[in-house]
Design a protein around this ligand. Structure first.
Ligand code: ATP
Ligand code: MG
Length: 301
């Protein structure tokens, strides 16, 4: 497929899942099993689409790196076993590792707890020309922390600041942080991989039954299933409060891994294309330098 057609196709694939304003967003309207016009028996066609997408991504990343002005931050959030790791691995498989970095954020260390909640992530915002991926992020602060508010008590925040406004304050601070990044040339895209409770159960059972997958299983993860509805509510509220034009959320159906990957790749292509990237232009002075260097090289004995 030609590059411009591919970008158009990517835009069409990503658009239904893009949320830029929270006002009318309801998680219950998002079907984790949605595969658009792709049939579940149609995996091969989807894989082909992904391979083409990965190629297009690689070309766009090359320009991003050469231009060295914009940075791209991709944030991945999801319930356990929704496929974050696989999506990151497959979608970024064709990009140049020099221009890409992945950071995972687990439960904060004691050093991290000695700082404000954005500190550990803001240190990892990608530099110009790069794609940065956050596997979990500061969004955990309005997700797991909201579902288990006792975590707040361990965050060493002065008591007088722990009021009922803490969540709306966090949303406001996150919006401000992302607007700040946007104004500095960091394009932020956020992905919520939306898996259903039934599919998560299937995947946990597969982790238990398949020896090669045993290492992925944690009893703590399956324990969190008790809080499923609380998490859904926390995700909905978080997306409602932080979906903006400059830093959109993509709520990606995650019950079919092959489809998740196609949509994530499409969204990243669309985002990169929106930057109108191009290779740096060479001025007359530099062109003369190139010509002189060429002459010298050709004159070598
Ligand atoms: P995987 O299980 O695929 O290796 P993961 O991202 O689930 O990846 P884990 O080490 O299993 O990694 O879990 C990380 C845990 O850390 C999650 O349960 C997450 O909710 C928690 N976490 C992340 N950030 C915070 C935070 N700011 N406060 C409290 N808990 C957090
Ligand atoms: Mg885990």
């Amino acid at each position: 497929m030609k590059a411009d057609k591919l970008v158009k196709r990517a835009r069409e694939l990503a658009a239904p899942f893009r949320v830029t304003s929270g006002q009318n967003f309801r998680l219950k309207d998002c079907d984790p099993g949605n595969t658009l016009e792709f049939d579940t028996k149609d995996k091969e066609r989807a894989k082909e689409a992904l391979a083409q997408g990965v190629q297009a991504l690689s070309a766009l990343q090359d320009k991003l790196y050469a231009q060295d002005q914009w940075a791209v931050l991709l944030i991945f959030q999801a319930m356990d076993a929704a496929g974050k790791d696989g999506a990151i691995k497959h979608v970024m498989s064709g990009v140049n590792p020099q221009g890409c970095e992945v950071h995972s954020f687990k439960a904060p260390t004691s050093e991290e707890l000695d700082h404000d909640f954005l500190w550990r992530c803001s240190k990892r915002v990608p530099e110009r020309g790069r794609i940065g991926i956050f596997n979990r992020s500061y969004y955990e602060e309005t997700l797991v922390v909201r579902v288990h508010p006792e975590i707040l008590g361990k965050q060493k925040i002065p008591r007088s600041l722990l009021t009922k406004n803490i969540w709306s304050q966090r949303f406001e601070d996150i919006r401000a942080f992302e607007r700040y990044l946007a104004r500095n040339g960091v394009l932020v895209c956020k992905f919520f991989l939306n898996v259903s409770k039934a599919e998560q159960k299937k995947r946990f059972l597969a982790r238990i039954d398949t020896p090669e997958k045993n290492w992925k299983f944690s009893t703590a993860d399956s324990h969190e299933r008790q809080f499923w509805n609380d998490y859904q509510q926390a995700y909905e509220e978080t997306i409602r409060q932080t979906a903006t034009e400059e830093a959109p959320w993509y709520v990606v159906p995650a019950d079919n891994k092959w489809f998740t990957r196609v949509v994530v790749a499409a969204a990243v292509i669309d985002a990169l294309d929106s930057l109108r990237l191009g290779y740096p232009q060479v001025g007359p002075g530099q062109r003369a330098e190139l010509a002189a260097a060429k002459k010298e090289l050709l004159a070598e004995k």
